[in-house]
Design a protein around this ligand. Structure first.
Ligand code: ADP
Ligand code: ADP
Length: 228
């Protein structure tokens, strides 16, 4: 499902963000990507949806060759992925319903299908009764739920999240993680960069630790592994 072979990324500035990375992630896995600030986690995550390209190496995501693919193929790749960020990235002048529906309009779903799907993912994240609210009227945790609903509305096979609980208190973070757990149970692969030691240690999922652009640990049922 995700295959990285000798992937390196050097930015224009000369910074080597990733250095000969090899990773295989299978369908249905739940993977945490951990490491100190500046280690290369975001770069790793961004390459999966082709926000950044490897400078060297081979990267396959869902059968798409991310390096060699035509620009016109990129939307097809992204349609199969749901992406979630620390800062939610909702459209401020659209309601909850519209923020989620917007993700579907991009793929031109029929109206009825769209309404049914949006209602159904708002149920999944527990926000059905807030569908008319605007992001500014919601708490951080609620905004992240909307972002998750938007990410899953097109039934992606992989959900990619970069520090999704980074702005949330511990209790709200666990509510959000419960949603990710449920999505994963339904068969969706999850790749999540995080600094949340408590969550990583408690969930005992696969942990890929990156330091200075290199994978220093790749462990099933792993822990966070760094001192505070
Ligand atoms: P992390 O997410 O683990 O904090 P990043 O992937 O953001 O790490 O960054 C890895 C390294 O690449 C850091 O040295 C960072 O400064 C550098 N970097 C990240 N993005 C860019 C960019 N767009 N241009 C130049 N350097 C970058
Ligand atoms: P009405 O004036 O018919 O009550 P609403 O504002 O309740 O209109 O609904 C507008 C549209 O939003 C309807 O087409 C409906 O399918 C949809 N909708 C209704 N309830 C929800 C909900 N909880 N979440 C998302 N969409 C909803």
């Amino acid at each position: 499902m995700i295959q990285m072979r000798e992937v390196s990324k050097t930015y224009d500035t000369g910074v080597v963000a990733l250095d000969h990375v090899n990773v295989d992630i299978k369908k249905g896995e739940f993977v945490f990507v951990v490491g100190p600030s500046g280690a290369g986690k975001s770069t790793f995550i961004k390459m999966l949806f082709r926000e950044e390209l490897p400078t060297k190496g081979k990267l396959l995501v869902n059968g798409h060759d991310v390096v060699e693919m035509e620009r016109s193929e990129v939307p097809y790749l992204r349609r199969e992925l749901g992406v979630i960020f620390q800062d939610y990235r909702l459209l401020p002048d659209k309601t909850v319903f519209e923020n989620v529906a917007f993700a579907m309009q991009v793929i031109e779903a029929p109206r009825r299908t769209m309404q049914r799907s949006v209602n159904s993912v708002l149920d999944v994240v527990g926000l059905r009764d807030k569908y008319r609210s605007f992001p500014s009227q919601l708490s951080g945790g609620e905004q992240q739920r909307v972002a998750i609903a938007r990410a899953i509305v097109n039934n992606p096979s992989i959900v990619i999240a970069d520090e999704p609980t980074g702005n949330l208190d511990p209790e709200t973070s666990w509510d959000i993680m419960d949603i990710f757990k449920r999505i994963n149970k339904a068969g969706t692969t999850i790749v999540m960069a995080t600094h949340d030691r408590n969550i990583v240690d408690t969930m005992k999922k696969r942990v890929i630790a990156i330091e200075d652009g290199r994978i220093v640990r790749d462990q099933m049922r792993g822990g966070y592994g760094y001192e505070a």
